[in-house]
Design a protein around this ligand. Structure first.
Ligand code: 13P
Ligand code: SF4
Length: 358
């Protein structure tokens, strides 16, 4: 079936007053009752999270998709890899709808399969057992690749637990695609820095193979363009001008930022940190996507909550109220997220391994 999106209709919906659009979304949502579940990642704008049945980090959302016992529709406000994970974990008779199918994650796209396969051929030959672990922020194909080879998936919430599991399963861990999360996790587990090496997919032939032989953790050179932008200078600025302020950052930030922060953790960790470990009057600077920060700032008006640096994720922001309404109004003809049966089979193996690890 060929799907088409009426761009003019979406534009018109986007120009309507937000309150009207929200009202119409609520009406449609209510009409579907338990036939539909609306999920939103914590980086979605407030107007969208306010309408969702469940708001969470990528780990929480995959659990919600797997646990949705209701009807046919799962509408996923986030980026493509998250919607794909929901499509892998939900029942086969359920449909996952991603309001903007073009909203991908640049980091997930940094590990194309032809480059991964090339790296694997070299690296697996250097080790008796190489365990592939991919970050949730990856394509369904890469998840399946890891599942098929005895590996798994992690999110920023369960990365340490997953690395501990993988280090018992094999001699070395091959982590893709986020170099920073991989390094921060390995260091947290106590792996020494000289046992952590990076595979550069842009220059695989320039690598000296020997350095991988002694390493414990091999990292793919990928990064999140939003989190990689946080720098030591941003931290020093806050320390200088806001003495006593707290800095909390996501583990996709570079290690030198993570080392200087007061706390580090996933988006869900950050939410809980603000809720449980700060109080009225505190000043908190956060190194993650700006919509989460703005949502927290509007929830906790008695403290100062600010971004560590500009940090909008453009693809998360592609999910607009107009697009969400358009997808809900056209549910039965809107493109559903599809993952081929072979990919689904092994990606599910990897995702189930992850969910079992909790
Ligand atoms: P979480 O796993 O913390 O939800 O992060 C997802 C993400 O896209 C971070 O950039
Ligand atoms: Fe991808 Fe970074 Fe956006 Fe997360 S914030 S979806 S990792 S680009």
């Amino acid at each position: 079936m060929k799907f088409s999106i009426d761009v003019d209709a979406i534009r018109k919906l986007e120009n309507r007053p937000e309150a009207e659009t929200a009202e119409r979304i609520r009406e449609i949502r209510a009409g579907y009752g338990s036939e539909l579940c609306l999920l939103a990642h914590l980086y979605q704008r407030k107007a969208i999270s306010d309408l969702a049945d469940f708001v969470g980090d990528s780990f929480g959302l995959s659990r919600s998709a797997a646990a949705f016992k209701g009807g046919k529709y799962i509408v996923f406000c986030g980026v493509r890899f998250m919607a794909e994970s929901a499509a892998i974990l939900c029942r086969e008779d359920q449909w996952v709808i991603h309001p903007d199918p073009e909203a991908g994650c640049p980091m997930a796209d940094m590990a194309p399969m032809h480059e991964v396969t090339k790296a694997w051929t070299t690296l697996a030959s250097l080790s008796k057992t190489l365990v592939p672990v991919t970050y949730m922020n990856s394509t369904a194909d890469l998840k399946a690749f890891c599942g098929e080879r005895g590996g798994t998936i992690c999110t920023s919430t369960n990365a340490v637990k997953t690395f501990e599991w993988a280090s018992k399963e094999g001699e070395k861990i091959f982590f893709l695609p986020d170099e920073h999360l991989g390094r921060n996790t390995a260091l947290k587990m106590g792996v020494s820095p000289d046992q952590i090496v990076v595979w550069n997919p842009s220059d695989p032939d320039g690598e000296e193979v020997e350095k991988y032989e002694t390493a414990k953790v091999l990292l793919w050179r990928g990064y999140c363009p939003v989190h990689q932008k946080f720098t030591v200078r941003d931290v020093e600025f806050v320390r200088h001008f806001y003495p006593g302020a707290l800095i909390v950052v996501h583990p996709e930030c570079p290690v030198e930022v993570v080392e200087r922060a007061d706390a580090v953790g996933s988006t869900e960790f950050i939410r809980q940190f603000v809720a449980n470990q700060t109080k009225a009057g505190d000043k908190i600077f956060i190194g993650t996507e700006v919509n989460l920060i703005q949502n927290l700032a509007s929830q906790y008006r008695d403290r100062m909550i600010a971004k560590l640096h500009r940090s909008l994720c453009l693809t998360m922001y592609q999910i607009t109220m107009g697009r969400l309404l358009y997808s809900l109004e056209n549910l039965d003809t809107f493109e559903k997220v599809s993952v081929s049966p072979e990919t689904r089979q092994y990606a599910k193996v990897a995702l189930d391994r992850m969910l079992a690890l909790r």
